[in-house]
Ligand binder design. Structure first.
Ligand SMILES: [Zn+2]
Length: 166
């Protein structure tokens, strides 16, 4: 997987409306330097509709990213369910190309990688903790401290933790 895999080339764009599919997985996040996420599995459908000099781009993201709970450091999955729209403008004016959402009418290629990455970051819960994850349970560590358990394995861990505290 490489960045250019996320190019949508509008030269090949024959229909007025077309749909493209992408996958955001571990390799996707690996392409980003200092990525906030390292693994996930998200299906992406991008529907583009071209008008005279604009292209409407509709994103639908469905899946999950995995991470570490900020409180108990347990592995958690965070649900991703996002819809987003952006308007791309085609321009013959080179000086406009440095601005966001402008692409050259002579080289109408738009890369959706950054938009996809940003959308996931924007829509994640403020606190990445167990309660906000797909398991929707309180952190195990809190559970241990507040209640006793009869499971032997849990008891053993609890005993070891007690030793450390002493
Ligand atoms: Zn937790």
């Amino acid at each position: 997987m490489k960045l250019s895999d996320f190019d949508i080339d509008f030269i090949k764009f024959k229909n007025e409306k077309d749909q493209f599919h992408f996958e955001m997985n571990n390799k996707f996040f690996g392409l980003k330097e200092n990525s906030l996420y390292h693994s996930g599995d998200i299906d992406v459908a991008v529907t583009c509709e071209r008008n005279e000099n604009t292209i409407s781009v509709d994103y639908v993201l469905n899946g999950m990213v995995t991470g570490e709970c900020e409180r108990c450091l347990d592995d958690i999955e965070l649900e991703v369910k996002i819809t987003h729209n952006e308007l791309i403008k085609l321009t013959p004016n080179d000086s406009l190309l440095t601005e966001e959402n402008y692409i050259s009418i002579h080289h109408p290629v738009y890369n959706v990688y950054d938009t996809l990455y940003e959308q996931v970051c924007i829509h994640m819960p403020l606190r990445k903790i167990c309660e906000n994850s797909t398991k929707k349970q309180e952190c195990k560590i809190d559970h241990h401290l507040s209640t006793s358990t009869d499971e032997p394995i849990e008891d053993e861990r609890w005993a070891q933790l007690k030793k450390i505290i002493k």
